[in-house]
Design a protein. Sequence first.
Length: 158
Amino acid sequence: MAIEEQKKLNQLRLTSLALTSLASAVWETLGDSSFSFSGIMGNEILRIMEKEMGLEIAGNSPKEVMMEISRIFVDEFGYASDIQVDGDEDATITLKVHNCANRHFSDKLLEAGVEKPFICPIMTSCQAGLRRMGFKMREEIEKWHEGGGSIIKFERIL
């Protein structure tokens, strides 16, 4: 019989397998349209950040909101070592995610045929924040080899 620590690792492994399989099936069926499902995930993560971690969106600029969401991912979740937020408030915002804890999972998604990690929690929660503020943004996410994470770009749709 497995010890408790091994059981927890096995639970995480099963959850990862289930999520990888689901994401792969969605991507295989919908391709880039899979991003339409990202909103639900982002809304849930954003709700938790507001309720439990003090995130406030109202009255802030898009860049300020992205910086605060990024800070929560680094400081509260330990999801990355750093997230740089750059850009122009009205046109584009770029996040550079350093040493992402999700990198291994993103690689598994790529191996499973998911070309773009449409379920990235950082991307989905930032997108949800932007939507809440009334901004329509197109997201793009790519693997960032040098930084051990990803580069997430949001471009405003006029």
